[in-house]
Design a protein around this ligand. Structure first.
Ligand code: SAM
Ligand code: SF4
Ligand code: SF4
Length: 337
């Protein structure tokens, strides 16, 4: 099997594919409505990769060692006929795992079944609070908690489990609700991942003071239920895992700010307009859409991917300083989380 390693000896194993830069939520930490308002220039349809183009690129990434693919966005379920893309990806030799991250707003039981039948294996649903007041403040489109909970249940009933639930914790907004979230999902089989608020992009007004650290999150949970760490299933896992000693299940903490994990970062990212990014905090990507829309051969495109990954030295979270924070960075809705 091919193993393509970067300049810091990290293999390329995962590919996050953003299928759209649009979203029906306006989470303040991701797409604040003052910036992503009615006049915002989202990508016109013809600039988005078609499913055929995505599948062609995914096959080339798989030939370079990628085994896991995650569909994301923007909101991936806004893209029509997504099961068709999943079906195409599931046929690619070497791709062993297909997952999706969604806000759950469009994930009905029927849709979950279609996706599962097409080959989707796992789903992560984002939910920042189990209380409507807080959740609506965070999604900023008055979307109720009950519909996301229904989506999580739909995913579980369709067999897309174990479902993961992402909660971004922001100080003064939902930090007092960490144990409510943990308590809600204990014994349900779903695994909550508490995520430190990150300085992705340049529009969310990020401040270090708003970050609730993994230590604080763990202390809040441990004060209520005894917990212990669980060893990682594989090297390079982004979430540090814990289990409740009373057998109520597991949860994870993604501490990209206070415990950066760049040394194990094996993720490549493909934006919805076909640019390859090698870091969530990247400024520029490599255009793969122009070559695939020209007469460029698969071998030549693999060569581009090899060169980009081969010279990769990104370790933004480990190097975060006042200077790096000022950099122009791609928005998360553009390349996906
Ligand atoms: N719309 C989908 C969703 O919300 O699940 C997929 C895309 S979203 C960009 C992917 C993940 O990134 C979500 O779980 C979201 O909460 C997380 N995210 C977005 N902005 C973030 C930030 N500033 N810090 C930490 N996580 C963030
Ligand atoms: Fe949309 Fe997801 Fe960003 Fe929220 S986090 S605005 S749901 S893309
Ligand atoms: Fe990977 Fe960049 Fe995040 Fe580090 S900062 S873990 S290199 S995406």
């Amino acid at each position: 099997m091919v193993v393509l390693s970067d300049a810091l000896n990290r293999p390329m194993q995962d590919l996050r594919i953003s299928v759209t830069d649009r979203c029906n939520f306006r989470c303040r930490y991701c797409m604040p409505r003052e910036v992503f308002g009615p006049d915002f220039a989202f990508l016109p349809h013809e600039e988005l990769l078609t499913f055929e183009e995505i599948a062609r690129l995914a096959a080339l990434f798989a030939a370079e060692g990628v085994q896991k693919v995650r569909l994301t966005g923007g909101e991936p379920l806004l893209r029509r006929d997504l099961p068709e893309l999943v079906r195409m990806l599931a046929k690619i030799p070497g791709i062993e795992d297909i997952a999706m991250t969604t806000n759950g707003s469009l994930l009905t039981l029927q849709r979950a079944r279609e996706l599962r039948d097409a080959g989707l294996q796992r789903v992560t649903v984002s939910l920042d609070s189990v209380h409507d007041h807080t959740f609506m403040r965070m999604n900023d489109v008055r979307f109720p908690v009950s519909r996301v909970l229904a989506a999580i249940e739909a995913a579980q009933s369709a067999g897309l489990d174990p479902v993961k639930v992402n909660m971004v914790v922001k100080r003064g907004v939902n930090d007092s609700e960490v144990t409510d979230m943990a308590g809600h999902f204990r014994k349900t089989g779903a695994t909550v991942r508490f995520i430190e608020y990150m300085d992705v992009g340049n529009t969310n007004g990020w401040r270090l003071d708003d970050v609730v650290s993994a230590d604080e999150i763990l202390a809040a949970i441990a004060a209520k239920w005894p917990i212990e760490p669980v060893p990682p299933k594989r090297p390079g896992e982004v979430a540090t895992r814990y289990r409740y000693l009373d057998g109520a299940g597991e949860f994870g903490v993604i501490a990209s700010v206070t415990r950066p994990f760049c040394s194990g970062c094996t993720r490549a990212r493909l934006s919805s307009d076909g640019f390859l990014y090698t870091c969530l905090f990247g400024s520029t990507g490599m255009d793969l859409r122009t070559p695939i829309r020209s007469d460029v051969s698969d071998a030549e495109i693999r060569d581009i991917i090899e060169k980009v990954w081969g010279r990769r030295r990104d370790r933004y979270s480990e190097e975060r300083t006042d200077e790096t924070k000022q950099r122009i960075k791609v928005e998360m809705s553009h390349i996906g989380g």
